[in-house]
Design a protein around this ligand. Sequence first.
Ligand code: ZN
Length: 223
Amino acid sequence: MNRFSRIIPLILLLVLGLLVGGCQTSGRTGQSGLAHVMRVIDGDTIVVNLDGRNYKVRFIGIDTPERGRPYYWEATQKTREMVLGKDVRLVKDVSETDKYGRLLRYVYVDDKFVNAELVKQGYALQFTLPPDVKYADLFRKLAAEAREKGVGLRSSNTAGLPSNSNNAGKQDIKFIGNANSQVFHYANCPYAKKIAPDNIVNFPSSEDAKSQGYRPCKTCNPK
Ligand SMILES: [Zn+2]
């Protein structure tokens, strides 16, 4: 037993060393990397240090309220509480960066999936933007549950919800699909505005929508 208790920590250290080493060598462009969180810009954007360089990271698949909107502060605080000063694991989906040059990543602290946690606790809405949709169904499910429970920005005040038009302005989204009907619209189509928040899928172009199997709306006839 004595010998055993001396060996176990050694084995753990070895395994940990292998894990950490494995993550670091995969680097920025790899599937995953360990990074240190230097700063939290808002609920869904952070600055990390990776191999001595700083990078902005935008969380994939979620959207937290913009500065000046209800729940902006709470969402930023929640992200701060979860990741600031910690080592996080970054996992990419399909895209390396968004058009602002921010790394698009799923963020993990130990085993905690931060993107999912923010939606689950009502600090973020799901924000589906193909091709990075690996966890879109999970985020949609968590968002629906948060709304049912009335937690976070899903509580009493719907003014806290980032509106479709806000998303459109921020991300230059011109096309919006309905995950249920698999129909897509111009963002300003009256039918687009009626899509339940949990079913919204954003497309930068109609080609993106069609490549995902979405059909154009017969009313607004998106080109
Ligand atoms: Zn339409």
